[in-house]
Design a protein around this ligand. Structure first.
Ligand code: NAP
Ligand code: HSE
Length: 428
């Protein structure tokens, strides 16, 4: 059988991982697909950049879009990231009747419906396993292995960079910036790491998973996203003292009244399986009516782990295995509304920095009482050497909107010296 011929755009962390793994495991991959997989052309920004793999035997094209028009390319592999020229490459590849593989979650979250419809119309394969949590085969698992299940909830740690930062801040007392820099050096972060730390990257992944799991139209605007930049080393220590760990948690929950989709830093119990998922590892817990509870854990970022997912998609094409990206045609996906704000309830962690003077706690407690928020515990540490002392309050379950309103009033108290840190406590 003839080889499956690839044109790869993007030779960075993921592209390099794909080329290295393909070379290293070439005989085994060929045997498993029944045919060879051959890279015929590559493209990146800078032809002369030093790379830790050899591209001299591969055809180089300056313009990545050219890959979509090359007659000797069967599969376009988009590993550049970002919007342009990635979107044009994927779209042109599909229009030209080529199979397309991408790891670009921003692209799928923003344009996944349109691109999938195009692939349907052209009857070509469009696959993006690597776009969601790197090496963990979550798309295949939901789409194929759990196809018979009605899924009610997905919850997990979907961003390796944030998980790496939070882990290193706790274990090595690293500063936020130093930990982020290390995550960037290790190839975990997005080209613009703001996408990682403000929750956008996790929101992209959650939107894709929610569409797949709940059979709903992919709608990034329905996902609320909050990042980890407000988390201080003190929050991490206080959370542990209270029996919790802080994780950037992504939750998609099906309620009778709508589909909740949110990304936010949360306190989760130390004994929860997600609490021990550290560094660049990601995890997804899925609740299905037949399977019950299922948890997948693995490397959510990094060269070889992500290459593993890209190559699995390529090998499916080589072996003639096809699946609809969202299990059903895009036209069969349902519109799903987010739940009304008043339906969102949680217990909360509230950390304040206040002047060390009598009556402060009473002022704060009064505002909470006025918003019908009941205090579960209160922690105050030492007398201030300088400006302020931290006060940490946990609440019983309350409406999220009431907590927001109370926090907005509390911050206006003259004794409150910094904007409060308000985090959900997720006990599920
Ligand atoms: P990266 O290391 O920054 O590599 C990007 C590659 O694309 C580089 O080779 C770059 O060329 C090339 N490129 C960028 N803009 C280009 C342009 N305008 N024209 C031609 N080539 C261009 O990124 P990455 O980490 O590999 O990520 C690639 C994609 O995979 C992104 O969508 C990312 O979200 C996704 N992803 C990444 C990971 C991960 O762990 N890193 C995991 C899952 C998914 P030069 O090399 O010449 O600069
Ligand atoms: N920047 C992403 C992360 C890469 O840190 O999770 C994997 O999608």
């Amino acid at each position: 059988m003839t080889a499956l011929r690839l044109g790869i755009a993007g030779l960075g962390t993921v592209g390099a991982g794909v080329l290295r793994t393909l070379e290293q495991n070439s005989a085994m991959i060929t045997a498993r697909c029944g045919r060879a997989i051959q890279v015929v052309a590559v493209s990146a920004r800078d032809k002369n950049k030093a790379r830790n793999f050899d591209i001299k035997n591969l055809q180089w094209v300056d313009d990545p879009l050219a890959l979509a028009g090359m007659p000797n390319v069967d599969v376009v592999v988009e590993l550049m990231g970002g919007d342009s020229p990635a979107r044009q490459l994927v779209e042109t590849g599909l229009r030209n009747g080529k199979a397309v593989i991408t790891a670009n979650k921003a692209l799928i979250a923003g344009h996944g419906m349109m691109l999938t419809q195009l692939a349907e119309a052209k009857q070509v394969v469009f696959a993006f396993e690597a776009a969601v949590v790197g090496g963990i085969p979550v798309i295949k698992t939901i789409r194929e292995a759990l196809a018979a299940n009605k899924i009610s909830e997905i919850q997990g740690i979907l961003n390796g960079t944030c998980n790496y930062i939070l882990t290193q801040m706790r274990l090595r007392q690293m500063s936020f910036q130093a930990a982020l820099q290390e995550a960037q050096t290790r190839g975990y972060a997005e080209a613009d790491p703001l996408f990682d730390i403000n929750g956008t990257d996790a929101a992209h992944k959650l939107a894709i998973l929610a569409a797949l799991a709940f059979g709903t139209q992919l709608d990034l605007n329905a996902v609320s996203a909050e990042g980890i930049s407000g988390i201080t080393p003190d929050d991490i220590i206080f959370a542990e003292e209270l029996g919790f760990r802080i994780k950037l948690l992504s939750v998609a929950r099906h309620h009778e009244y709508g589909l909740e989709q949110r990304v936010s830093p949360c306190l989760i119990p130390l004994l929860s399986p997600l609490a021990s998922v550290e560094n660049e590892y990601n995890a997804i817990q899925i609740q299905g009516d037949a399977i019950g509870h299922l948890m997948l854990v693995g490397r959510g970022a990094g060269a070889e782990a992500t290459a593993s997912a890209v190559l699995a998609d390529i090998m499916d094409i080589a072996a003639g295995r096809h699946a609809l990206p969202f299990n059903v045609a895009v036209s069969a996906l349902q519109k799903c509304l987010p739940p009304a704000a008043e339906k969102s309830r949680s217990s909360f962690y509230l950390r304040l920095v206040v002047s060390d003077q009598p009556g402060v706690v009473a002022d704060i407690a009064t505002i909470l009482r006025d918003h019908k928020i009941s205090i579960e515990s209160l922690l105050q540490r030492g007398r201030a050497m300088a400006a302020g002392v931290p006060v940490v309050i946990t609440t019983h379950e309350t409406m999220a909107s009431a907590m927001q309103q109370a926090a907005a009033k509390i911050v206006k108290l003259p004794v409150v010296l910094e904007p409060p840190c308000v985090l959900r406590i997720e006990n599920n």
